[in-house]
Design a protein around this ligand. Structure first.
Ligand code: PLP
Length: 370
């Protein structure tokens, strides 16, 4: 095996696989970025080069990918996905004199967002998926959304549980969505949302960056004690350059956006992602109960597929055997256990086929010994 070119089949949930072409481009220009004689890691974030070729380029590129309307701001912020668990309530709750906000609880990430929001306001769970063991998203007719809340928050794709919304909720409230593990996996109607946010290390870039797409009328309502840096107004005014931003993840994100354009855009991503997910769910469903994924068909995640085997010992064997074939980062989240395969944009169909074949073989060998 040639060590410099060896690449694993990486099914990690985040930090996760990045497109090989993007890593090669970053490698090729690491020592001398755009003939500057400097690495991107050494370039000032207020230099005209950074602003033109990274900040402006990344924003324009993302705007084209998602067809983001002009009345939306695009922010590239430090702090990761969870920074928004606090930033959203701090910036929006004051839109309602009673500081009310409504949340959908669809799993572990929703719960964390709810817990943080409760520190600042009156938080109501408009719909809880726990009575259905987090296996389905209840129909919206049964939800109890309060009329005058400041916003409605939901987690589009629960990265740990593998439960994904098969629809965009209908509401008159500004709709806020945590899309950390699903943004750019398929086309999206941005105008349906008040805020979309995504930590970048799942499907977009390296850790440390959070992308926030926010409708302009929602900016400027922060609670008085909101930290300056966490005020959307500050960040919009400063074009995400109020303080030193996470330059490298921002740069990588811009390369990933270019890469998606080159691949044909988000419709192509969606088609590939559907094909990859369908292949794994097929192996699971045809395994006669050897592999189990409990999620209702219509709410199964396209990005993160958790599954279990008949015993914990078999799961351990599975992980070890997979690793010996370069199929890595398949261990489920510590809160859920089991196995999880994450199939972000950068995970190739070849990697998924290799995993599917491994799963078929593993089931075949071990099923008869049960
Ligand atoms: C990973 C993840 C987060 C947390 O991201 P951090 O960058 O680690 O804060 C939040 N929400 C969802 C849906 C995630 O998958």
């Amino acid at each position: 095996m040639n060590h410099s070119t060896f690449r694993a089949h990486n099914f990690g949930a985040g930090p996760a696989a990045l497109p090989e072409a993007v890593l090669k481009k970053a490698q090729a220009e690491l020592l001398n970025w755009r003939s500057s004689g400097m690495s991107i890691l050494e370039v000032g974030h207020r230099s005209p080069e950074f602003i033109e070729h990274i900040a402006n380029h990344a924003e324009q590129s993302l705007r084209r990918l998602l067809d983001i309307p002009n009345n939306y701001e695009v922010l590239f912020l430090a702090g990761g996905g969870q920074s928004q668990f606090g930033m959203v309530p701090l910036n929006l709750l004051a839109r309602d004199p009673n500081k009310r906000a409504d949340y959908i609880n669809s799993g572990i990430w929703s719960e964390k967002a709810i817990l943080e929001a409760k520190r600042y306001g009156d938080i109501h769970i408009a719909c809880d998926c726990h009575p259905n063991q987090l296996t389905t998203i209840p129909k919206q007719s049964g939800w109890k959304i309060r009329k005058n809340s400041a916003y409605l928050h939901y987690t589009d794709n629960e990265t740990i549980g593998g439960l994904q919304f098969p629809f965009i909720p209908e509401t008159d409230l500004p709709l806020v969505s945590d899309m950390t593990s699903s943004l750019l996996s398929r086309p999206l109607t941005v105008s349906r949302f008040g805020i979309i946010y995504a930590g970048a290390q799942k499907n977009i870039s390296a850790a440390g960056l959070c992308i926030v797409i926010i409708r302009r009328d929602l900016v400027g309502h922060a609670l008085p004690f909101t930290p300056t840096l966490w005020n959307y107004q500050t960040q919009c005014d400063a074009k995400s350059l109020f303080n030193t931003p996470p330059i490298f993840p921002w740069y990588l994100a811009s390369l990933v956006f270019d890469w998606i354009h080159e691949q044909g855009g988000l419709t192509v991503m969606e088609k590939r992602n559907q094909e990859k997910a369908a292949r794994l769910y097929q192996v699971i469903d045809e395994s006669k109960g050897f592999y189990r994924n409990p999620i209702a068909a219509e709410a199964r995640s396209m990005m993160n597929i958790p599954f279990s085997l008949p015993t914990a010992a078999l799961e351990q064997d599975f992980l070890e055997a997979a690793k010996s074939q370069n199929l890595v980062n398949l261990k489920g989240h510590k809160l859920l256990g089991g196995i999880r395969a994450s199939l972000y944009n950068a995970v190739t169909l070849t990697s998924v086929e290799t995993l599917a074949n491994f799963m078929l073989e593993f089931a075949d060998t071990h099923q008869k010994h049960l």
